[in-house]
Write a protein of this length. Sequence first.
Length: 84
Amino acid sequence: MNYCSYYQAYVDKPFCWYVIAILKSHEHLAFDRTIDTPTNLFEFYVPESREQEFLTRMNYFQEQHLINNLQKLPNRLMDPSQEL
């Protein structure tokens, strides 16, 4: 079974709608969701074949200060001990 690449980033609250709308406008680019609402911490599941395109978009968002602290982490779905 193939797993997507996994990223986390903090999204600037006033621009959450913008960042998510841009990502959703690109079919199959990433699945996103908020994992910590008070801090606006988002997680992103990215197919390996779309990872470079995803990173291009995220780098632009970082340059515009719409997101910060983008990190590639181990996919938490691969660890059965992690809570969902």
